[in-house]
Design a binder for this molecule. Sequence first.
Ligand SMILES: [Zn+2]
Length: 385
Amino acid sequence: MDMQIVTPGHNIVTDSLIMWGIVSLLLGDACDTYESYVEGIAGRYRIVIKDFKSQDFIRNFEQWVDRNIPQLSQAFSEKKRKSLGKYLAGRELSRKLDADTRGGVVDAVRRIYKEKHILSELSSIFQENHIYAFGEGRGGRTDFSAYVPISGIYGKYLTGPFEYKDKPYKLCELCLLFASIGLEHAGICVKKGAEMTYGILGFNGTTQINNLGFFVQSDDWRRGGERILRNAIGRYDASLTAMSKMFIMLASIPSEDRHKVPHLDWYMTVFSYEAGGAKRVTSFHTFNINVILDFIERIEREYGLFYELISSLLSSKDVIQNGGDDAINILSELSYTRNLKLVNKFLRTLRVITDRTKGRIKDELLRKLSRNLAKALMLSCEFYG
Ligand SMILES: [Zn+2]
């Protein structure tokens, strides 16, 4: 059976995650992944599915449940949503959600599991009018909210003439499920204390579902970036701009994976969420990232140690206190603007850092400084635009 669905149009984060979630359940045997395709259009996605096999799709969902909520049968007798979070055993998804959201996700899965057949009716559920048909949106009537980790929005209040109402943005259980699966597979997440920082990829343009597989079937492409950021922010207290975080995530994608990224108009939304007592979104930015991917590609043509250099500059308290994070902030700005002055500023900062650091880090940095680096950086500014 062929079918077509469209994501609801909640916001670029939730819609991208829903798309990633649906794609990850379609991969495998649930459709013809070469003939099926996704079209990103201004923050929404049209997914055209050829040869959809609903039984395989439902089986992929069941396997996802087995992995993430193996004790689901016990969760059915639980009365309070707050107590449901403990059933979410999947480590990858758990670490990316705050406590309130975990309970909501398990509750949504519990409801869908009882009526699994609705998963075979996606084409009638995800149509243009989904938000209205399912009572979603600001002040909607569903039982689930667009939790911050899957939306980046924490405006609880609806502003109208002469009134402020406490009206959360509502979602149906399927939106919550698919967005959560998308977050598990394709979301980048780094924690520092109670603050979580997320990086969510989205795109405009059309590509086969098969081309998107490596983003959701393996975490190789994001593991390096998450590790660097976790240490830099979480352990060494580096001060990195949102742009730098995005830059590190992209520069850490192994080149063999980067070469698999289909040619599309890509963007990444980076947002931070203070998930402790006073919940709030502390930053929210969307970057066009093709320009960054092009920069990294150009640098690596001339200089093969780029990832190692970035990694070294954020690899200890010592190097960060001596300006490692400043250097990365300059580099990420350069990748966006291609301003030649920033090349000199970066190289000067690098020299200061190597002068001031000691021991292993100093040796590491010295080994990575070669004339090719300056050449690569300068070439990246040429003929751009
Ligand atoms: Zn929905």
